[in-house]
Design a protein around this ligand. Sequence first.
Ligand SMILES: [Zn+2]
Length: 273
Amino acid sequence: MISGVKKGQNFRFGFYEVPPENRLAAIKNAGFDETMFWWGDEYEDTDGSRFNLYDTAIKLGLQINTCHFPSTHADYLWYDDERAETYVHQFADACQECGQREVKNLVLHLTRRLITPEPNINGIRNFEKMLNAAVKNNVVIAIENTRFLRYNDFILEKFSSEHIGFCYDTGHNNAYTPDEQPLEKYGNMLVTTHIHDNVGPNGTPQDQHHLMGEGNIDFDKVFARLKHFNVERINLESYCNETSKYYGKVTMEEFLEMSYGKLDAQLKKSGMI
Ligand SMILES: [Zn+2]
């Protein structure tokens, strides 16, 4: 039996009208050990700066092992121009900021929606610089499974490093690659997880980010494989968004209580705590 699997909840779970420090406190009060942050400035309007969020979380006793590098421009990885240069710089800065705070994993998407060019040599050149920044700052680039696994394969054929890991996203697997097994392919590099539910490729939208049990993912099966790969942390990436049946019907505290309760029950059922 694995002992001490950490339970985490992504910070952006909805209820954006509530002050960020109250949302963090609610995550802690629900029982979670950890939270995850978006490591960019896209959501400063509702969330304040990532640095303030990090400091507040630490003060509250929440750990931060994983942050998400912005996926807003994930396609820039594959270009050979100013956009790529800026992107690599931004990533190096994020590595430094995370390294200084002992945030171990920085999640990276290799594709953005359907606008990403096919894998190419620019991606190799850019990724090499990004990996150097990760090594220098003792950060692991946690490459996530998104829409197409061929981009993951392309990078992993060229690079192998203890500073490259895998972030398994259950929702992306179910919605985008239901007939492929990313966890089996990359499970030996597993460092972190994004756990959320949806109804599969026919959902509107496909990537719903719902609570465990709100969609059709077989979490008994998923957690058995996570256990097999000695998962150390389960991070929920579920949100109370407009497409959730709970949207507008539950309080923030009720949502987090459900979120924590479902995870705790699954971990017990799967013999992981
Ligand atoms: Zn994810």
